[in-house]
Design a protein around this ligand. Structure first.
Ligand SMILES: Cc1cc2nc3c(=O)[nH]c(=O)nc-3n(C[C@H](O)[C@H](O)[C@H](O)COP(=O)(O)OP(=O)(O)OC[C@H]3O[C@@H](n4cnc5c(N)ncnc54)[C@H](O)[C@@H]3O)c2cc1C
Length: 408
């Protein structure tokens, strides 16, 4: 009998899971809690929604790196895209997929070797049994805000609720954290705010606009008039934007099935960031990683998962699946990373992709080498020219195996 697949979420990861499951002849149902596809890429003027998207975001990866296999972005678009461009791409990609909108997955339970999925829609409850579940609910919606409790007299928000630079005209703003969102928001604010102080453990950018000061410190606490750093310095401001990342969250899975450890930063027990160690042929997580390329990586992860689910690739011994977590914690330690960075791949992503292709027994995508080369080139550009790197455009050779930078 044809296996039934449940996909939770119609963001980029869920769309990839649905598309490739259908291509394998499986029966698929996608459940999406909102009324549209795209997840993160659905911009809303209002705060308090799933997406953390802001108005004038330009992607931090170019379209040449973000595309799914054989589905290029429109050729007339520049390399660095607006959120509208990415949303349009995902809408196109989702055409014909069986998506149930306005259906929130409330619980996923194991019953008689099947998954009972309960969804909530308006006033009704729906229960269905599935053989396979792909968890694709994203991990940029639950703010990790260590400074939530404070006596600050001004406005303090998490980057999840940042929307527009024009809301900060003439303000003195502290941005805590200089990850992808922190630096990008600080640069956007440099056009409107009077003064921006970017505080992070490491001040990494050699050149920033004049009104941004970088401080290499950790914020000990937020005080009435600003932030106090570990060395006792108080930096004053009228606005604080906390860019300290997000928690992983799976309210529909009970903690006998899934644990989220290390201050909600480590999803457990998962093999190779995808495969549940206790249900390796039926429960999968797509897109858990941090600091990686996104859509092509989701595609590889889905392919490995499907190879296990359909018996096309042998599932490793149970001990290998179980030991993965301990080994990965040790491995990250050896890279100088704390356990909260368990899912961070960064420059190890290329080796990871090659490894999961091998484990899943599927052919690597030759173009992935071009993606790797462009990403590495950009890594250097971002460090030396964080203000201007998004003006770069790439031109691919006819066979896609080479690229040139056409405008800086
Ligand atoms: C501000 C910001 C900028 C980014 N910029 C880039 C970039 O430039 N380039 C890049 O490649 N990546 C970028 N990313 C990463 C981005 O998140 C990924 O590209 C990708 O969109 C993640 O897709 P996803 O499907 O994993 O999650 P999401 O896009 O978050 O989708 C998850 C979906 O699941 C749904 N859902 C959640 N819970 C339930 C439930 N219980 N029941 C039903 N549905 C549910 C949500 O409504 C949502 O539609 C950025 C992220 C953020 C936050």
């Amino acid at each position: 009998m044809t296996k039934r697949v449940c996909v939770i979420g119609a963001g980029a990861a869920g769309l990839a899971a649905a598309k490739y499951s259908l291509a394998q002849g499986l029966e698929v149902e996608v459940f999406e809690q909102t009324n549209s596809v795209g997840g993160t890429w659905v911009y809303s003027e209002q705060t308090g929604c799933h997406s953390s998207m802001y108005q004038n975001l330009k992607t931090n990866l170019p379209k040449e790196v973000m595309q799914f296999r054989d589905v290029p972005f429109r050729s007339e678009l520049p390399s660095f895209l607006t959120h509208e461009d990415v949303l349009e791409y995902l809408q196109e990609f989702s055409r014909g997929l069986p998506i149930n909108f306005n259906q929130t997955v409330e619980s996923v339970e194991r019953i008689d070797n099947m998954w009972k999925v309960t969804t909530h829609h308006g006033t009704g409850i729906n229960e269905q049994l599935f053989d396979i579940v792909f968890v694709c609910n994203g991990h940029y919606f639950e703010p990790n805000n260590p400074y939530k409790d404070n006596d600050f007299q001004g406005t303090l928000i998490h980057s999840h609720d940042y929307r527009r630079a024009k809301d900060y005209i003439d303000k003195e703003v502290i941005v805590i954290g200089a990850g992808p969102s922190g630096i990008d928001i600080a640069l956007q604010l440099s056009d409107t705010a009077r003064k921006i102080t970017l505080i992070s453990r490491k001040a990494t950018y050699p050149t920033l606009p004049e009104n941004i000061t970088q401080i290499s410190q950790h914020v000990k606490k937020v005080v009435e008039n600003g932030c106090e750093t570990d060395d006792g310095t108080v930096i004053t401001a009228d606005t604080i934007i906390v860019c300290t990342g997000y928690f992983y969250r799976y309210p529909f899975l009970n903690d006998e099935i899934l644990q989220v450890k290390e201050n909600n930063q480590l999803v457990s027990p998962i093999f190779e960031h995808v495969v549940h160690a206790d249900y390796p042929d039926s429960l999968f997580f797509i897109g858990l990683n941090l600091v990686t390329i996104t859509f092509p990586l989701f595609e590889y992860q889905v392919k490995m998962a499907l190879a296990f689910a359909t018996g096309k690739a042998p599932i490793p011994d149970r001990q290998v699946l179980i030991d993965y977590e301990r080994n990965q914690i040790e491995h990250q330690k050896s890279r100088g990373l704390e356990t909260r960075f368990y899912h961070l791949l960064q420059n190890e992503q290329w080796e990871y992709l090659r490894r999961i292709a091998k484990i899943g027994g599927f052919e690597e995508w030759p173009y992935m080498k071009t993606i790797e080369n462009i990403t590495q080139y950009l890594h250097e550009q971002r460090k030396s020219n964080v203000i201007g790197y998004k003006n770069i455009n790439f031109k691919l050779s006819d066979d896609g195996m080479d690229y040139e930078v056409v405008r800086c």
